[in-house]
Design a protein. Structure first.
Length: 314
C-alpha cells in the first residue's frame, strides 16, 4: 500500500521541477509513503533495523530515502544532512534500480536504509503512513525538544497535523491547539487528542486567529508551534502565535521559490527559534512503528485513509 502524500501531489503538478526544488528526473514513479511485502532479501540480510528476524513474505515499513553513509554529515551522525541521499520518486526509471517509487508492483530498498517488520496486528492502512508523515512529525518534535507540559499549536489538520496532534499528546504536551477550516478534519483532531480547535470559518483573519490562540494559552502562545499547511502565507501568523523563547517548526513548506514577509524583531526580541525539518534520522521510523502499536486501539487511525484505489487506477 502506498499513500497519496501532499508531496506526491506537488510532484504531479510539476511544482518541484518548475520551482527549482527537489528537481527529479522524468519519467519516474511517484509514491513514497508506503509499506510492502518482502519479495527478496539481499545477501546476508536476515534481520530488520530492530534486530528482529525478517523473511520473504513479511510486511515491512522502510525509509523512503537512504543516506550514503560516507559523506562528512553521515560520518558525523547527521544523516538527514547527507548530500548524496537517494530518495523515492526522484530517480529515472531507465536507470538502475528502476524501481524508484511506491506506485508500482515493486520498490527497491537501498542497502543501509532503515527497515522494520510490521507487526501482524497492524493493518496496511495504519502502517503505511509510518515512513513519512508520522516519522516526520515525531522528528519535528525531537528537533524542537518538546518537554512535558508544554503547549503545542498545530497549523493544519491534514494527515501530518492529525499525526502531530496525537504525537504531541504522547510526548506529554499539556495542551494541544489545532487550526484548520475543514469540519471533518477538526472533528478528527479532537478524536486524536486536541484540547482546543481554532476553526478558520469562525476566525477568518490572521488577527482573530492569533488573538484566539493567545486567549487559549493565557496570553503566552505555544512553546512549540508546528507548520503543517504547506503554504508560506501561514508562517508570519505562526511566528506571532509562538511564545517567548518558543520554537516555530516548519515542515509543510517544500516549494522552493515561495516566500513570505516576516518581522524579524518578533524572533529577536522574544528569543524565538525557527526550525526547518526535512526527513528524519532513521531510528525515528522504529519509534513511529512503536507508537502505532501502542495506539492501535486508542486512536481512530483507520480514519486517516479516506479513499482506496487499485494500482491500475493510478
Amino acid at each position: 500500500m502506498c499513500n497519496i502524500c501532499g508531496s506526491d501531489v506537488h510532484a504531479w503538478k510539476g511544482d518541484f521541477k518548475t520551482t527549482g526544488g527537489l528537481g527529479g528526473k522524468l519519467p519516474t514513479v511517484l509514491g513514497y509513503e508506503m509499506i510492502g511485502e518482502v519479495a527478496a532479501l539481499g545477501d546476508g540480510v536476515s534481520r530488520d533495523s530492530a534486530g528482529r528476524p525478517l523473511a520473504v513474505g513479511d510486511r515491512a515499513t522502510y525509509a523512503c530515502f537512504s543516506p550514503c553513509g560516507n559523506c562528512p554529515a553521515c560520518v558525523a551522525g547527521r544523516r538527514i544532512l547527507c548530500v548524496n541521499t537517494r530518495m523515492a520518486m526522484l530517480g529515472h526509471i531507465d536507470e538502475w534500480p528502476h524501481l524508484v517509487g511506491g506506485y508500482a508492483d515493486y520498490f527497491y530498498v537501498h542497502p543501509g536504509a532503515a527497515v522494520y517488520r510490521v507487526p501482524d496486528e497492524l493493518p496496511d492502512e495504519v502502517a503505511a503512513g509510518a515512513n513519512c508523515a508520522l516519522s516526520q512529525v515525531i522528528f519535528g518534535f525531537r528537533r524542537a525538544k518538546l518537554t512535558f507540559g508544554e503547549t503545542v499549536v498545530i497549523q493544519g489538520a491534514g494527515g501530518l497535523g492529525l499525526y502531530a496532534t496525537a504525537v504531541a499528546k504522547d510526548y506529554g504536551a499539556g495542551r494541544v491547539i489545532v487550526i484548520d477550516g475543514v469540519a471533518e478534519r477538526l472533528d478528527l483532531a479532537r478524536r486524536f487528542g486536541a484540547d482546543a480547535i481554532v476553526d478558520l470559518n469562525h476566525f477568518d483573519d490572521e488577527r482573530a486567529r492569533v488573538k484566539e490562540v493567545m486567549k487559549l494559552t493565557g496570553g503566552r502562545g505555544g512553546e512549540v508551534v508546528m507548520e503543517l499547511v504547506g503554504s508560506p502565507a501561514v508562517v508570519a501568523e505562526g511566528i506571532k502565535m509562538t511564545a517567548m523563547g518558543g520554537r516555530y517548526v516548519l515542515i509543510g513548506n517544500i516549494n522552493a521559490g515561495a516566500s513570505c514577509d516576516i518581522d524579524p524583531t518578533r524572533l529577536v526580541f522574544a528569543n524565538k527559534s525557527l526550525i526547518g525539518v526535512s526527513l528524519y534520522e532513521p531510528d525515528t521510523l522504529g519509534m513511529a512503528l512503536a507508537f502505532l502499536e501502542r495506539s492501535r486501539h486508542r486512536l481512530p487511525l483507520d480514519a486517516l485513509l479516506s479513499h482506496e484505489f487499485p494500482l491500475e487506477d493510478i
